[in-house]
Design a protein around this ligand. Structure first.
Ligand code: DSN
Length: 434
């Protein structure tokens, strides 16, 4: 039965509804989208893997490209009617190649985990040994961690960081690689606050005969913006999501030398996936176009400058930061000395309008679902225009929020929430209706 078409729900004051068709067809979902918009507008989003896409990226990802099936690759499809889609994908591929200086790019992986799975399919057989950073040390599930398919179907051996420095010990990585002879070595991760030495990983991979995969999901935008060294030419394969510092839609890419192009393409399709999400491909193309502009370089530099300033401010307030600080967009705070578990702190900070995630710290003595740390990042606040000058206030809110969490002081959290909302009202988020 066709649902009744109702008038769009009224939007604040006289403004037209930002999603009139949605509001008419499905007021419940429209209301939830509106609630999420208000949440994203009114809070200080500090999760390092999140961002705000531009209105152009948002528009591209909500287009009729959605309606098309296009299994295959440009000019080699299993469906007709690809006159436009082929051009969209070819443009996205060309922009990825130009921006990252790579010979080959595949823009079809649905997200980071499928992208990494495609790498296994391309370069390893079930049961082969693979090597990556352990998840609790800052790695990713798909780098061979036990609970992931990659750790169940492959033999994952894992490196970590040194307990005394919080840094990767390349002697340990080399010794492990030469002993275990993995088919694939992953570098990169989800909670690494320091510059990744791709050259050192490249040497070890070459010495041990492994394919080196640089998972740059977190730092792709910093690399594109010149604020972090590139894994080219050290990595055989570069895997990245497109929605973190790169500020594109939720998606992923695999990049490589031409010699690996066929293996990667075959692994993504038909090896692992069906039809690509063409609306996402278009939005990736737009994001790559934006990332090639000088303003993106300024954004990437400011992301890092903000993170360094925030780290300094947190250190000044006595916080214990893993590795003593940051080189990138991410800060990992060990709250053990504050006697507040990470989860308790993260939930309290959320009530204070400061959105972080609880996170394990290296050698954590607590469980992953109730760990000792919180993870903080600066991409989103930088996209809203906050600068180094604001980082003292942000650190002060985090400090007061963690203290309030420790003593269960909801009134103090409410005061912080109001202060945060006041600042954020002055820095509208890209892509959100005013
Ligand atoms: N979920 C991502 C992150 O937050 O870092 C990693 O996949």
């Amino acid at each position: 039965m066709t649902p009744p078409v109702t008038a769009p729900a009224a939007h604040p004051a006289q403004h037209p509804h930002p999603h009139p068709a949605l509001a008419a067809a499905d007021p419940e979902i429209a209301a939830l989208v509106g609630a999420e918009e208000r949440l994203q507008a009114g809070t200080l989003r500090l999760i390092p893997s999140e961002n705000y896409v531009s209105p152009a990226v948002l528009e591209a990802s909500g287009t009729v490209l959605q309606n098309k099936y296009s299994e295959g690759y440009p000019n080699r499809r299993y469906y007709e009617g690809q006159q436009v889609i082929d051009q969209v994908e070819a443009l996205a591929v060309a922009r990825a190649r130009d921006l990252f200086g790579v010979e080959h790019a595949n823009v079809q992986p649905y997200s980071g985990s499928p992208a990494n799975l495609a790498v296994y399919l391309a370069f390893a057989e079930p049961g082969d040994t693979v090597m990556g950073m352990a998840l609790p040390m800052g790695g990713h599930l798909t780098h061979g961690w036990g609970v992931s398919a990659t750790g169940k179907w492959f033999r994952g051996v894992q490196y970590g960081v040194r307990a005394d420095t919080g840094l990767i010990d390349f002697d340990e990585v080399r010794a492990l690689a030469l002993k275990e002879r993995p088919k694939i070595i992953f570098c990169g991760g989800t909670a690494l606050p320091r510059t990744i030495d791709f050259a050192a990983f490249g040497e070890i991979a070459e010495e041990s005969g492994a394919i080196l995969v640089a998972d740059i999901a977190h730092i792709a935008g910093l690399i594109a913006g010149g604020a972090h060294p590139s894994p080219v030419p050290y990595a055989d394969v570069i895997s990245t999501t497109t929605h973190k510092t790169l500020r594109g839609p939720r998606g992923a890419m695999l990049m490589s030398r031409e010699s690996h192009a066929r293996a990667i393409d075959k692994a993504v399709f038909p090896g692992l996936q069906g039809g690509p999400h063409n609306q996402t491909t278009a939005a990736i193309a737009v994001a790559l176009h934006e990332a090639a502009r000088p303003s993106f370089r300024a954004y990437a530099e400011t992301v890092v400058a903000n993170a360094k300033a925030l780290a300094r401010e947190l250190l000044d307030r006595g916080f214990d930061l893993v590795s003593g600080g940051t080189d990138n967009h991410l800060i990992l705070v060990d709250l053990t000395p504050r006697h507040v578990p990470g989860k308790v702190a993260a939930k309290a900070l959320d009530r204070a309008g400061l959105v972080v995630n609880y996170n394990t710290v290296p050698y954590d003595t607590r469980k992953p679902f109730d760990p000792s740390g919180i993870r903080i990042g600066t991409p989103s606040l930088t996209s809203r225009g906050l600068t180094v000058a604001h980082m003292g206030a942000v650190a002060e809110w985090i400090d007061r929020g963690v203290a309030a969490a420790g003593r269960g002081d909801e009134d103090a959290l409410a005061v912080i929430r109001a202060e945060v909302a006041e600042l954020m009202a002055a820095y509208p988020a890209p892509g959100l209706p005013v």
